[in-house]
Design a protein around this ligand. Structure first.
Ligand code: FUC
Length: 825
């Protein structure tokens, strides 16, 4: 009784924004504690209930979308995506299927994978010689010699729209359009003439379909027409029969076959199919629409063609349409929740009456609980988007995930690999969505064959690589855009993801069969492509270009750091797999490799081998900090000179930049263990680079920033790149109390944590592998207990200080807790 009274008093207190503002931790510890009672009560609660603790995470609007990009709500099952705009009279559900691309083999313009007709090895030697003589070369001069005019690159395509037209509506009220992240369910609801109407939308991975359910709280009220529309760069004509709309045809550009089918199933009322491809539903109680689509694309070099999609699409729609809405929803949510529910984050958020776009607009203006709600929503939205745009069996998440409403999207909505595709997958391991990497690995595996041709043709080297960008068609050569085209380090950077996947999962089979061959091929490329720098005898990358500014030089920091990362990881993998000869070769090369680490005249980490850095330069790329994140060449030890230099460089670069650049900086500041600065970047990204639907904006919409920010938030809470599991390494002062469940650390360990007054109070460590783990937390410097959670028996640690060694068994749970003083008890 007493407790309830206390909680509701705290609730009343927290309802008042002014008081909440006063609750800022720098004011009063006691008051902050009281105000955060709701949040921290949840933080103390058993971790399983934390999934919905604090507030339901819902992105919602009180109006239909005025604009696809800014206000659409995305749903997706990896292969397909759709954007819910929820117009009252006309609801246009724009949809995609990931493999619908123009360009590639069969394209009318011709396609050559980005390979120049003849070998560029001689031209490359010329560029290297000139660089050796002059030190630097303007990008357009290099592009003239090494660039390549390409054709048939293609664009990721919108598939079309499922258009639902509702006639005879009056003045509707109580309109709401939402996306519930915990159930991956979008919903539009409104009231018309006393009737409550609901439209539900979801994309099911297990059933391979997009589902729309239209219902009302009174019988016989559902009346609408449905048809499919598609752009005119394709040959097709929709038809309808027995409530089934079919749209099949071929893209004019490359003859790619495609098909979409929608089955309309009404409860009660009448369904009529018209010759023009329209289905009309009259006076039904409810209607279920099941949509699926596909193409004859196959991720299969060199033709990239497989089976005609007709049979598979028809089967998916037939099977799904035979199920009830409830069954489809249950399948979908069971599948989705198995992934999504693994992680929960509570940082003081509370339910709010504000639609999300207003939370965003008012962010940073004093309503702390609303701000925390937006941040928690943004974090989980990144995980939601990854689940929705990257599932086994399709292509990886592209620059827009799977969502694109255009036939000529920005940057072709392709796969840029000088940061963007990699950033898409930064949250995958640490936020416990390891399975979502499968499409990335399948995609990169398929780049190896064409990537070998690129390595030979462009650099005369063995092994494989890729440059700035790639598409659905194995593009691994070069374009001619001077300020970005030459990034042969991209293959090495992609290879990093394979090794990280092994580190997080401990999957030795993956290491042996998938990771090592890819890493070895990327390493072989660099063993051939590295050149001795006559100035100091070091092995260097030349020509080398720090994205996407400055001149071409020899040995830009990023080039060297990426190659270092690859060779170190490959050597570690070779050692573990018993390939001692290759390991030896790598070790010898590494001894001679220029490390890419230099401290310059103003204390900065140099971006180039020469001290060319301008302290006024605020370019969005911060490539020379690769060694800090996503690499970890320099971040072992806070007092290391490299760390100080990285901080100097990052400060000079400033907090600006486009969406993904800000997201990268969240990660970088987290690695510098500066939680407040990381949080400032998160705030900046929310305020400057986030659209009302919470999509990241470059501008325009580009999804990498969503993924990068989610990874950055995880990085603030848990790091494990330095051989130790660092608990709460960069907690900002605005999150004084909270909890997180289910983050993952390298070494195949799950971590749940609670904290209060910005200090760890409890950590549950669940290793999936036997062995020793190093744990780092200042809690070790205070009074603490460590027990085996299943039997309550005390467990001992080795060492003293803030980092200690724990001997673990697979599947056991280890509970580390703050020892409560008599007073606290
Ligand atoms: C890289 C970035 C650009 C943009 C593009 C898609 O080239 O430098 O800012 O994000 O990818």
């Amino acid at each position: 009784m007493q407790d309830t009274a206390k909680a509701s008093a705290a609730g009343r207190l927290c309802d008042n924004n002014t008081v909440l503002f006063l609750c800022a931790p720098f004011v009063s510890r006691a008051l902050a504690c009281l105000c955060l009672l709701l949040g921290s009560m949840l933080a103390w609660a058993p971790s399983a209930s934390a999934a919905t603790a604090g507030a339901p995470l819902i992105i919602w609007f009180d109006r239909p979308a005025n604009d696809w990009e800014r206000e659409g709500l995305p749903i997706g099952n990896g292969a397909m995506g759709a954007v819910v705009q929820g117009g009252v009279q006309q609801d246009v559900l724009q949809f995609n299927e990931k493999t619908l691309w123009t360009g590639g083999p069969g394209s009318v313009q011709g396609y050559d994978f980005g390979w120049p007709e003849t070998s560029r090895v001689e031209a490359l030697a010329g560029v290297r010689k000139e660089l050796q003589e002059k030190g630097r070369l303007a990008p357009d001069l290099v592009a003239k010699q090494l660039g390549n005019k390409i054709t048939g690159y293609g664009d990721y395509q919108t598939f079309g729209d499922l258009v639902l037209s509702f006639a005879g509506l009056g003045e509707v009220s109580d309109y709401r359009r939402e996306l519930d992240l915990s159930g991956a369910l979008a919903r539009v609801s409104y009231r018309d003439n006393g009737v409550e109407f609901t439209r539900d939308y979801f994309a099911s991975y297990p059933d391979g379909v997009i589902v729309v359910q239209i219902s009302a709280n009174q019988p016989g009220k559902i009346n609408f027409k449905a048809h499919l529309q598609t752009p005119d760069n394709r040959r097709t004509k929709p038809s309808a029969d027995n409530g089934r709309i079919t749209l099949s045809g071929r893209l004019t550009d490359n003859n790619l076959a495609f098909e979409a089918q929608v089955q309309v199933v009404a409860q009660g009322g009448k369904v009529t199919s018209a010759e023009d491809g329209t289905v009309i539903v009259s006076n039904a109680d409810a209607a279920l629409l099941v949509l699926s689509a596909g193409t004859d694309y196959a991720l299969d070099y060199p033709t990239y063609r497989g089976k005609n999609p007709h049979v598979a699409v028809q089967l998916r729609v037939d099977q799904a349409a035979a199920k009830t809405y409830a069954e489809l929803l249950a399948n979908h949510q069971a599948d989705y929740r198995e992934l999504y529910d693994r992680v929960a984050l509570v940082i003081g958020q509370a339910p709010s009456k504000q639609p999300t776009y207003k939370l965003l607009k008012n962010y940073g203006k004093g309503n702390l609980a609303d701000d925390r709600l937006l941040e928690a929503t943004y974090f989980q939205f990144g995980r939601y988007l990854l689940i929705a745009s990257s599932r086994k069996g399709s292509l990886p998440a592209n620059l827009q995930g799977v969502w694109n409403n255009s036939t000529t999207p920005p940057w072709n909505a392709d796969y840029h690999v000088n940061i963007n595709l990699q950033m898409n997958y930064w949250p995958a391991e640490v936020t416990n969505l390891s399975e979502t990497t499968e499409p990335l690995f399948r995609f990169v595996d398929a780049l190896v064959e064409p990537g070998r041709v690129s390595a030979k043709r462009l650099l005369g080297a063995d092994g494989w690589t890729v440059f700035l960008n790639t598409n659905a068609w194995g593009f691994t050569g070069v374009i001619e855009w001077p300020t970005a085209f030459w990034q042969p380090e991209a293959g090495a950077w992609l290879a990093q993801h394979y090794y990280e996947h092994y580190l997080f999962t401990g999957d030795k089979k993956f290491l042996r069969e998938r990771a090592y061959p890819i890493m070895k091929g990327a390493a072989e490329f660099w063993l051939d492509a590295l050149v001795k720098d006559p100035r100091d005898g070091k092995l260097v990358v030349t020509p080398s270009f720090s994205p996407e500014h400055g001149d071409f030089t020899v040995a830009a920091a990023m080039s060297q750091q990426i190659v270092f990362d690859l060779l170190r990881n490959t050597r570690a993998a070779a050692e573990q797999l018993g390939h001692s000869q290759f390991s030896k070769t790598l070790a010898e090369t590494m001894k001679q490799l220029d490390s890419g680490l230099r401290i310059g005249s103003w204390g900065q980490l140099q971006e180039w081998k020469e001290d060319l850095d301008d302290p006024e330069n605020t370019h969005r790329h911060i490539s020379h900090l690769f060694a800090l994140h996503p690499g970890h060449q320099i971040n072992n030890g806070e007092d290391s000179p490299w760390i100080t230099a990285a901080r100097t460089s990052l400060n000079a670069r400033g907090d600006g930049g486009t969406g993904w650049a800000q997201a990268w900086k969240i990660n970088l500041w987290a690695r510098l263990l500066d939680g407040d600065r990381a949080h400032k970047l998160l705030s900046d990204q929310l305020q400057k680079s986030t659209l009302p639907n919470l999509w990241d904006s470059h501008p325009p919409f580009q999804i990498d920033g969503n993924f990068g920010a989610t990874a950055g938030i995880a990085e603030m809470l848990l790091q494990s790149q330095n051989g130790e599991i660092h608990l709460l390494p960069a907690l900002p002062s605005v999150w004084p109390a909270g909890s997180v469940k289910g983050l993952r650390a390298r070494g195949s360990v799950s971590v749940d944590m609670n904290w209060n007054y910005r200090e760890l109070t409890r950590a549950l460590i669940t290793p999936q592998q036997r062995g020793q783990i190093q744990l780092r937390t200042p809690l070790f410097l205070k009074e603490f207990t460590l027990v085996n959670a299943s039997n309550g028996k005390s467990v001992s640690l080795k060492g003293d200080g803030a980092t200690r060694t724990l001997e673990v068994k697979a599947g056991e749970k280890y509970l580390l807790s703050e020892k409560k003083t008599d007073k606290q008890q």
